[in-house]
Design a protein around this ligand. Structure first.
Ligand code: GDP
Length: 194
């Protein structure tokens, strides 16, 4: 886990509320229940501040949350999207993605127990329209039988060819066992210049 000091910098909905800072940003996005909070917790480690703030409290998860990791980077927890995403959340996400000058990467989460869903496709299309660099991370890889995980992995591999802005190699993680988390941390350190 990360040994740097984790601080919750700000929560924001609208563009004029976004924090100003000099750190490179890495943002996490995925549909609700994809395993985003669990992965962010696994990446940030057991920092009490992170444990409190990355919560499932209604009204708190559907805003952008900014966490500084030492003087290295700023991790951004984006609202989990789904079928009932109110318009202002969509505006919030698109406002953020289109305005951040120091956004190094977006980490796009796909549920490894499910594979690519129509909701994921909507999000992936938005990423391609923004043409920001992003990666796909398959979550919960401990949960499926290998044959099922392979099928879901192949569904991503097949789809990824159509996503030019996406790194062609997806990452596989389990927040439960920690598998793949260190590799993802190393990737984040790499793209943020450390
Ligand atoms: P979020 O809505 O995207 O923030 O998803 P959560 O992190 O809250 O996870 C949704 C559900 O999946 C919860 O019941 C988690 O315990 C479970 N979950 C998340 N990550 C993993 C994982 O790596 N392995 C397993 N087996 N379950 C997970």
């Amino acid at each position: 886990s990360v040994t740097h000091k984790i601080e919750h910098l700000k929560s924001a909905v609208y563009e004029d509320q976004l924090p100003e800072h000099d750190l490179p940003e890495v943002a996490f996005i995925g549909r609700s229940n994809v395993g985003k909070s669990s992965l962010i917790k696994a990446i940030l480690g057991e920092a009490p501040e992170a444990r409190v703030r990355v919560s499932k409290t209604p009204g708190h998860t559907k805003v952008l949350n900014f966490f500084t990791v030492g003087k290295q980077l700023c991790l951004v927890d984006m609202p989990g999207y789904g079928f009932h995403m109110p318009e202002h959340y969509e505006k919030s996400v698109e406002g953020f993605l289109s305005s951040r000058k120091k956004l190094s990467r977006v980490i796009f989460l796909v549920d490894g127990t499910v594979g690519v869903t129509p909701t994921d496709v909507t999000g992936l299309n938005m990423m391609e329209e923004m043409s920001l660099p992003y990666i796909i991370v398959l979550t919960k890889i401990d949960k499926s039988k290998p044959a099922v995980l392979l099928k879901n992995f192949m569904s991503v591999r097949k789809y990824i060819d159509q996503l030019p802005a996406c790194l062609q190699q997806p990452f596989l993680v389990s927040s439960l066992t920690g598998e793949g988390v260190e590799l993802l941390q190393a990737f984040i350190a790499h793209v943020t210049g450390h």
